[in-house]
Design a protein around this ligand. Structure first.
Ligand code: PLP
Length: 397
């Protein structure tokens, strides 16, 4: 202990415990820096720290070592120049949209977006004078026709929820690029192990890390990854003002989950394909939506865009409509009736009465969601146990 420390009274010493530094070895687990504040020896160094996303740490809203580890890990996986970790997927999406859009700008967005994203765009249109045109996601010509001189952003999702339509990323992004329009892709359903939108020309990739990246239903987090360092800096400044930054403990949990992502995603994909095939042969099921099945309308595109696997989400339609869906979702025993996806547990959901309840019958039909559509977010349990569970629940109809 230094002379300075040993002269302190207990009330002062207790506020300044020694902080042990690791020397001579290195931790294998990523350290959790649960400190929101960092002190300096030198005032000039602190001034420099305010400058951008790659400077020294001083206050968590601007950056934290654990959070930065997550940002670098996911930027690396997506092939981006930098990333921002946020408190939720919506934190990432809002940071990107609010940082880049101004009143009078025009956005082209897929119609089948995650409900939260759809609502933000509707709000931007209603209250902030941002114009929004919705497109299907399978036709570059539709995007070309929607372009205007004030079009600023194209917003897409790799795989749509819940009917698992696969978006023609290269085709649609190509049209945006020619027109100088930025492309944002929500890659939550695919993960960077199945698809890397930046390789198809995307400028920004967003994630709800709450789903596959975290993977254990114990953390809410988001990420925005940027192909270009300047775009990263622009959105980082806004995210800091917005207060969307990730908490270090959430970043730590997400990093811990991320280490097993490859194993989990492989298992999710294999089991989903197996269950989709068995569901398609069941007499109570009229249709199965899974891009790995040859009958899926985007099967050929999925084989090119997602060659490693087609994701862990599938949906199917029950002949008995809404009542059959209720009976089924309340009869599963290994699977749970719950929203969300991407965790180790298998989840079932009736979109028409929950995630998509704001749509009227015509809008549901346009989105390919029937009264008897059930979504399954496949977990990593044994496929035979899962099939036994789905089969017994189908047997209750
Ligand atoms: N994007 C997609 C595709 C989602 O499914 C979700 C949530 O379900 C979000 C974004 C929002 O993420 P979060 O709930 O982490 O804010």
């Amino acid at each position: 202990m230094s002379d300075f420390d040993s002269a302190l009274r207990p009330e002062s010493r207790i506020v300044h415990p020694p902080v042990e530094e690791v020397t001579g070895s290195r931790p294998l687990g990523v350290p959790l820096h649960q400190s929101h504040l960092f002190a300096f020896e030198d005032n000039d160094a602190m001034t420099t720290a305010f400058g951008g996303p790659d400077q020294a740490f001083f206050y968590n809203r601007f950056g934290n070592p654990t959070v930065r580890s997550l940002e670098k890990a996911v930027a690396g996986l997506e092939g981006g120049a930098g990333a921002i970790a946020t408190a939720s997927g919506m934190g990432a999406i809002n940071s990107v949209l609010l940082a880049l859009l101004s009143s009078g700008d025009h956005v082209i967005a897929q119609r089948s977006l995650y409900g939260g994203t759809f609502a933000v765009l509707a709000d931007l249109a209603r209250r902030w004078g941002v114009e929004v045109t919705h497109v299907r996601g399978d036709d570059p010509a539709e995007v070309r026709a929607a372009l205007r001189p004030n079009t600023r952003l194209l917003h897409l999702e790799t795989i749509s929820n819940p009917t698992t339509r696969v978006t023609d990323l290269p085709g649609l992004i190509g049209v945006a690029k020619e027109a100088g329009v930025l492309s944002v892709v929500d890659n939550t359903f695919a993960t960077p192990l199945l698809c890397r939108p930046i390789e198809h020309g995307a400028d920004i990739v967003v994630h709800s890390a709450t789903k596959y990246l975290g993977g254990h239903s114990d953390v809410l987090a988001g990420l925005a990854v940027f192909a270009d360092a300047e775009l990263h800096r622009t959105v980082w400044h806004y995210a800091v003002e917005l207060g969307a930054s990730a908490d270090p403990h959430s970043a730590w949990l997400t990093l811990r989950g991320l280490q097993t992502l490859a194993l989990r995603v492989r298992r999710h994909c294999e089991t989903a394909l197996e269950l989709a095939g068995r569901l398609a042969a069941h007499p109570a099921v009229t249709a199965v939506h899974y891009p790995g099945l040859p009958a899926h309308p985007d099967h050929e595109l999925a084989r090119r865009l997602l060659p490693q696997g087609h994701g862990g989400v599938l949906a199917f339609d029950l002949a008995g409509g809404r009542e059959a869906a209720r009976t089924f979702t309340e009869s599963v025993r290994l699977a749970s009736l719950a929203p969300s996806l991407g965790g180790v547990h298998t989840l079932v959901l009736h979109p028409a009465s929950t995630s998509h309840r704001q749509l009227d019958d015509a809008e549901l039909a346009a989105a390919g969601i029937g009264p008897g559509t059930v979504r399954v977010a496949v977990g990593i349990e044994h496929p035979e146990d899962l099939w036994a569970d789905l089969d017994q629940a189908l047997g209750k109809l």
